[in-house]
Structures are given as C-alpha cells and as structure tokens.
Design a protein around this ligand. Structure first.
Ligand code: C2E
Ligand code: CA
Ligand code: CA
Ligand code: CA
Length: 279
C-alpha cells in the first residue's frame, strides 16, 4: 500500500508539474499574442426590451492560438492578469473598441453605447483614468457613450483603491456597470458605496427563468433593488423568448444574449445595426 501511495504521489506531482508548464507556455504565448495579431474582438448587442432597439454593445475578447485554436477568455484573462500583460492587452481592447465605436458613430449610429470589460488589475492602475480620457478625446466620443464593466470580485481585491478609481472614472462621465451581479458577496453594501450606474443580472439567474421558482424570486428582487437605487438593470444570457417575456413583465428594461445575437466581428455587427429595424 505504501508504494502505491508513493506512486500516486509521484503521479500527482507530475500532473501539477505538467499543468504549471502548460500554464507557463500559455503565458509566454499570450505575451506574444498581441503583436502576432492573434487577438480580436467580438461585439454583442444590448437591447431595450420595450422598444426592441439596440441601445448598446459589449466588446468581448478572443484569442486564436496558433496550435490550440480558440482559447476562452475565462482561461486566458486570469493568466494575463497574473503576468500583468492584461495592461497592454486591456489598453488595446479599449482603444480598438473606441475606434470601432467612432466609425459606427460616423455611420449614423450615434446613440450607441460601447461596453468594455475592465479587469481588476486595470482598475487598480492609476493611469487608467487619463487613458480613458485620452481615448474619448482622440476618438471624439461623448463620455456617456462608453461603459466600463467591472465585477464585484474585482473590486473586492482592493476596496479602497477600487472605490477611489471608480469615483474618478465617474467624474470623467463614463457609465459604470457592475457585472455578474449577485454572484459575489455583500452586493448590497457595495451598491451603496460605489458610484455604479447599472447592474448586470448574471446569466446563471436568467438561465432558470421562467421555470425555477428560486431564480424567478432572485431576478425579481434584483430588478426591484436596481429600481430603488435608481440603477439601470440589464439581464445577460437571454436565450429564449420565454425568458425575455418574463424579464419584461418583471420590469427589466434591457437584455443581452443569444436571443438577440451572438458576439460577432465588427463588420458583421455593423450589418446587424443596419438591418435591425427592418425585421
Ligand atoms: P462576461 O463579461 O460575463 O461576458 C458574458 C459572456 O457570456 C461572454 O462569454 C458571452 O459570449 C457569453 N454570452 C453572451 N450571451 C450568451 C447567451 O445567451 N448564452 C450563453 N451561453 N453565453 C452567452 P465570453 O465571450 O467567453 O467571455 C467570458 C468572460 O471573459 C466575460 O464574461 C468576461 O468576464 C471575460 N472577458 C471577455 N472579454 C474581456 C476583455 O476584453 N477584458 C476582460 N478583462 N475580460 C474579458
Ligand atoms: Ca461583461
Ligand atoms: Ca457578465
Ligand atoms: Ca461572466
């Protein structure tokens, strides 16, 4: 039995060793990904549930790895945060998003709001405020047409700094959204303390609608909460008409999800914008 445990232990060590190596390799590949043009953006519409119009768009990052193909941002964002490559990558995402928005504005879609995900590391970075201001002026974008999405988990990393940084961004006039709402801790106290304009109901709660009694209660509570705090509320991960109907009746004004459109490339998204009201 002893030798079997020893084997198992060695196997365990070997597995961890491979995982560390693989992660290290991925980290090195990711370091080159930006200049090798392996990163790209997708755009997903955000819709007003009453008027059915597109009010905004969320930018989602993609990595096409030369050998491994598409790697999910849920896998590579944490690696980029750890190596701090998220700073140049995040800058690139912000600037590209602003540049696309500016082009779409010139095509006449000047009410459109662009939402960009901001990582904890970016939020803690003191120079982010000046960079955002610089991009708004370079691309002639009114501040309230740029929305920054942060998660509760990411503001938890350093509550004081996050709060100060978010207040500075709020002064610039950009829209601040709390992403994945309901999945972290002490949501209520954060809502009061932080200058958010908007909350995004996490997909995990929308998934169960309309059948799950629990999710129904949670979603309705979040919508009411948002209303009493004067916050915009958007539901993410809307996939069916039944979910949309339920959300609308519960008083939710905005939705995002495959039901309205999957994340697509910029030129496809421009087509979506152009054809939206026609059908
Ligand atoms: P998130 O911000 O919560 O983004 C929503 C995720 O749900 C996206 O996954 C989106 O493609 C997916 N989604 C949207 N509608 C539906 C739907 O109806 N059904 C289903 N099943 N999925 C839907 P994605 O693109 O894989 O991104 C995963 C996460 O990676 C994002 O979650 C966000 O936390 C992070 N991420 C993506 N792009 C960036 C970025 O540029 N910067 C940072 N810091 N994080 C990013
Ligand atoms: Ca998001
Ligand atoms: Ca989310
Ligand atoms: Ca999420």
């Amino acid at each position: 039995a002893k030798s079997r445990n020893k084997n198992r232990y060695q196997f365990y060590i070997a597995t961890i060793d491979t995982e560390i190596r693989q992660r290290k390799k991925l980290e090195m590949d990711l370091h080159m990904a930006l200049e090798q043009s392996e990163l790209s953006l997708r755009f997903q519409p955000q819709v007003n549930l009453n008027s059915s119009r597109i009010i905004g768009v969320e930018t989602l990052l993609r990595w096409n790895h030369p050998d491994k193909g598409n790697i999910s941002p849920d896998t590579f964002i944490p690696i980029a945060e750890n190596s701090l490559d998220i700073i140049p990558i995040g800058d690139w995402v912000l600037e590209s998003a602003c540049s696309y928005l500016s082009a779409w504005r010139q095509s006449g879609f000047d009410d459109l709001r662009m939402a960009v995900n901001l990582s904890a590391v970016q939020l803690q970075d003191k120079s982010i405020v000046e960079r955002v201001e610089g991009l708004l002026s370079k691309y002639q974008i009114p501040a309230d047409k740029l929305e920054l999405e942060v998660t509760e988990t990411s503001i938890m990393e350093d509550i004081e700094v996050s709060c100060a940084q978010l207040n500075r961004l709020k002064e610039v006039g950009v829209i601040l959204a709390l992403d994945d709402f309901g999945t972290g801790y002490s949501s209520l106290s954060y809502l009061k303390r932080f200058p958010f304009d908007k909350i995004k109901i996490d997909k995990s709660f929308v998934d169960g609608l309309p059948d799950s009694k629990e999710n129904t209660v949670i979603v309705e509570a979040i919508i009411q909460l948002g209303k009493s705090f004067g916050l915009e509320v958007i539901a993410e991960g809307v996939e069916t008409m039944a979910q949309e109907k339920h959300l609308r009746h519960a008083g939710c004004l905005e939705g995002q999800g495959y039901f309205y459109g999957k994340p697509v490339l910029d030129d496809e998204f421009l087509d979506v914008l152009k054809n939206w009201d026609r059908d």
